[in-house]
Design a binder for this molecule. Structure first.
Ligand SMILES: Cc1cc2nc3c(=O)[nH]c(=O)nc-3n(C[C@H](O)[C@H](O)[C@H](O)COP(=O)(O)OP(=O)(O)OC[C@H]3O[C@@H](n4cnc5c(N)ncnc54)[C@H](O)[C@@H]3O)c2cc1C
Ligand code: FES
Length: 302
């Protein structure tokens, strides 16, 4: 099938103009600058994932650093390389950012060997964000598979901090095995958020697991969705968001009200190296957050 590429630029949506700090111009002004930063704390989450608390060393730069949920930074490890990582913390935390990093290769492996006090570089923030301002007055479904919960924490913090502006909030989270569930120490705290429903599921239950077993799409049986007034944020591997978005579409949520994060290999993060392209679209500038309508119309996006 020959799909037509729709030139839909989420940055040109009216709701994006409410945050002048994050338009293209300001991103390009910041891109060259690598902020000297210190790892101030490390939380081991699982055998593969660690949560790093990172503080920009210079007081002035730290106070001026701001981002919106869904944006990412380039983490620079001198002599080793630089990688894109989604910011996993609250946008209102001006002291440090949190990055949840899975050990998969050269740079992530080296980062996992660092101790608190290590100095690294941070560039950014980059990319588009989840349009949380546009979601006010609506129900929000936050759906994550595996490591996808890391970028989702940021909109969860945002919604909690602006709780009265949103209606019902549902978090659906699926992991392969119980010991791969991330941030379970925060689940009780999240459940206390007014009007928030949290559902978790694993594919393969181990000994002692008393929760649900199955695929993330099985959770839809327990969720009531009002398609007229619901936005969805979906993060996880493409195979997962494909099935999840298909279900959401079947229940009547329009594709332009579903938002996904597209991950591609990135080098510059600023539209210069053409490493991250899907057709003529730069996932570092035009994404990584796209509405699903756009993703469906991007050839070879998923
Ligand atoms: C916008 C964005 C946000 C991201 N956020 C996070 C995050 O919050 N936490 C996190 O742990 N990771 C995140 N990633 C993925 C992360 O950037 C890669 O895992 C990292 O670049 C791997 O570097 P490496 O040198 O350790 O691996 P390499 O030695 O370069 O490669 C090891 C393996 O990882 C695969 N890989 C490398 N880069 C990517 C990529 N971008 N996407 C998928 N597979 C890749 C390679 O194909 C290879 O199989 C994000 C990627 C993008 C583009
Ligand atoms: S990462 Fe270089 S153009 Fe997107």
């Amino acid at each position: 099938m020959n799909l037509k590429i729709i030139q839909h630029d989420i940055n040109k949506e009216p709701f994006m103009s409410g945050s002048p700090d994050f338009n293209r111009k300001s991103i390009l002004m910041q891109t060259e600058k690598s902020f000297k930063s210190e790892i101030i704390n490390i939380v081991t989450l699982t055998a593969l994932e660690k949560l790093f608390h990172i503080r920009i060393s210079d007081h002035f730069e730290r106070k001026n650093f701001s981002f919106l949920p869904g944006q990412f930074v380039m983490v620079h490890l001198p002599g080793c390389g630089e990688i894109p990582i989604s910011i996993s913390s609250s946008a209102s935390n001006k002291e440090y950012i949190e990055l949840c990093i899975r050990k998969v290769g050269k740079v992530t492996g080296m980062i996992h060997r660092l101790e608190p006090g290590a100095i690294i570089g941070i560039r950014g923030p980059f990319g588009t964000h989840f349009p949380v301002q546009k979601m006010t007055g609506a129900n929000v479904l936050l759906i994550a598979g595996g490591l996808g919960i890391a970028p989702l924490r940021s909109p969860i913090y945002w919604i909690n901090e602006h709780r009265s502006e949103y209606r019902d909030i549902t978090i659906m989270y699926g992991a392969r095995e119980p010991d791969q569930i991330l941030f379970d120490y925060q689940f009780e705290e999240w459940k206390k958020i007014y009007g928030l429903q949290l559902l978790t599921i694993v594919q393969n239950a181990g000994m002692g697991w008393k929760g649900r077993v199955g695929l993330i799409t099985d959770l839809f049986k327990e969720v009531r969705i009002d398609p007229e007034n619901t936005f969805a944020i979906v993060c996880g591997p493409p195979v997962m968001f494909k099935f999840v978005c298909a279900h959401l579409s079947n229940v009547g949520i329009p594709r332009h009200r579903m938002f996904v994060s597209l991950e591609r290999r990135m080098h510059c993060g600023m539209g210069k190296c053409c490493r991250c392209n899907v057709g003529s679209t730069f996932t570092c500038l035009d994404g990584p957050i796209f509405d699903y309508w756009t993703v469906m119309n991007l050839k070879e996006a998923i």
